[in-house]
Design a protein around this ligand. Structure first.
Ligand code: NAP
Length: 417
């Protein structure tokens, strides 16, 4: 495939998918989107750290060949006003694995969030957010080390599907009339109306991914988070389909929480993943009071959106929380915060969210040695109190460094490892 504005690196190999697995050479081409606002600062810093870790881990035998892709404001400049070029989507598909900085959602009639568009166009149905504690990071919890969860949030359905009708519109009136006259529903006059689709297909593919992850990473449990006591046929159905997919497809490797007590006296059988469920409201409380009880979480779009940011706050906030949007194989890793425009081009903000998303990406392509290297030196730099302004203001006697200065401190430790 030839592109109009994207230039692939002269050397390197595209990642392929064969037999349901990624085929990654020692010289893969990976895509990156710099992003808007603080995006260029955190991307530049992170690229240097990822490259240093790969070089150190594999003694120069492996190398990532980066291909710059364009979305957001930079795309608009290159593609004559187009913030969301079709060839960037095609390149994400062609390269299979990419990483992106934050993107501005331009304010103006009918402009959809670029992030939502990206997820929907590439059908990146699982938003994966690992939330773990790195020693030294400022946290409001007394025992933040007990937080170690990976949240799988369904990315394509729920009240985010965009099926909404404004109060007073002709469509709203038509739907309201149908609901009242044909379905016997009652609600106030002039209510805005939205639809919350939760399908068996969408729920099962997300929960299947979460269970597969738990099995592959020797995690103890998968918790289905839902408000099924109230929304029985959407959130309740999600819960039921979760238990169903576990029983039908992973019977060898999983045990339901009820069977755990009925058959195993509450003791987890060696190697089995416990499948349990919790109602959303109590889940928010439990994540603060007893986070060690949770391991992998699978939930729908809205619950997942709230829960991932709330959990991230327990271990340092969105400035540090990594994330990824993943389909069956195609994956776009991303910083979870926004573009923080007031800090653009100041070389000031914390690059950790994007940086640690890159660690997830290294793990995803099977380069765990390079990922581990960054995971090892990261807490050392934080414990040295060499941090960006956001952490420095929560610590005593910290040395405030710039975005690039933080990357320098990491690279120094990586090269000495
Ligand atoms: P934001 O960009 O995340 O910034 C909110 C605040 O969070 C900042 O003012 C800053 O706090 C802190 N922050 C964010 N990133 C940080 C970092 N790397 N290091 C340190 N602190 C950081 O949220 P927003 O202001 O609501 O949104 C701005 C734009 O971003 C909007 O156009 C929105 O659409 C877009 N957005 C994009 C994404 C995405 O691309 N995934 C996600 C969310 C929002 P202090 O002011 O306290 O220092």
């Amino acid at each position: 495939m030839t592109y109009k504005h994207i230039t692939l690196p002269e050397s390197g190999d595209k990642i392929a998918v064969a037999d349901g697995k990624l085929q990654v050479s020692d010289n893969p081409i990976l895509g990156f989107v710099e992003g808007d606002g603080i995006g260029p600062d955190i991307t530049k810093a992170s690229l240097r750290v990822w490259d240093a870790a790969v070089k150190q881990a594999y003694g120069g035998k492996r190398k990532i060949h980066w291909a710059e892709l364009y979305m957001g404001e930079k795309a608009a400049a290159v593609y004559d006003g187009d913030y969301f070029p079709a060839e960037t989507l095609q390149a994400c598909r062609d390269l299979v694995v990419s990483i992106k900085g934050p993107l501005t959602t331009p304010i103006g009639g009918g402009f959809r969030s670029l992030n939502v568009s990206l997820r929907q166009n590439l059908d990146l149905y699982a938003c994966v957010r690992p939330v773990r504690y790195y020693t030294g990071v400022p946290s409001p919890l007394r025992h933040p080390e007990n937080v170690d969860v990976v949240i799988f949030r369904e990315n394509t359905e729920d009240v985010y599907s965009g099926i909404e009708f404004a109060a007073g519109s002709a469509e709203n009136e038509k739907l309201a009339k149908f609901l009242r006259d044909e379905m016997g529903c009652e609600f106030f006059e002039g209510a805005g109306l939205g639809v919350k689709p939760i399908s068996e297909f969408g729920s099962k593919r997300l929960i299947r991914k979460a269970i597969r992850f738990a099995i592959d990473h020797s995690r103890e449990s998968v918790t289905l988070v839902h408000k099924g006591n109230i929304m029985k046929f959407t959130e309740g159905a999600f819960r039921n389909w979760g238990y169903e997919v576990a029983a039908q497809e992973f019977a060898e490797n999983t045990v339901s929480e009820s069977d755990l007590w009925d058959k195993y006296d509450g003791q987890r059988p060696e190697g089995k993943v416990i499948i349990k469920d919790r109602i959303t409201d109590i889940m928010f409380q439990l994540m603060q009071l007893r986070p060690s009880e949770f391991d992998v979480i699978a939930t729908m779009n809205l619950n997942g959106d709230y829960l991932s940011d709330a959990a991230a706050a327990e271990v340092g906030g969105v400035g540090i929380a990594p994330g990824a949007n993943i389909a069956d194989h195609l994956a776009v890793f991303e910083a979870t915060h926004g573009t923080a425009p007031k800090y653009a081009d100041q070389n000031k903000v914390n690059p950790s969210s994007l940086l640690l998303s890159g660690v997830m990406m290294l793990e995803y392509i099977g380069w765990s040695e390079a990922a581990n290297l960054i995971n090892d030196v990261f807490p050392q730099v934080i414990e040295d109190k060499t941090v960006t302004y956001d952490f420095a203001r929560q610590m005593n006697a910290a040395t405030t460094v710039s975005t690039s200065g933080f990357a320098d401190a990491l690279i120094k430790k990586i090269e000495a490892a």
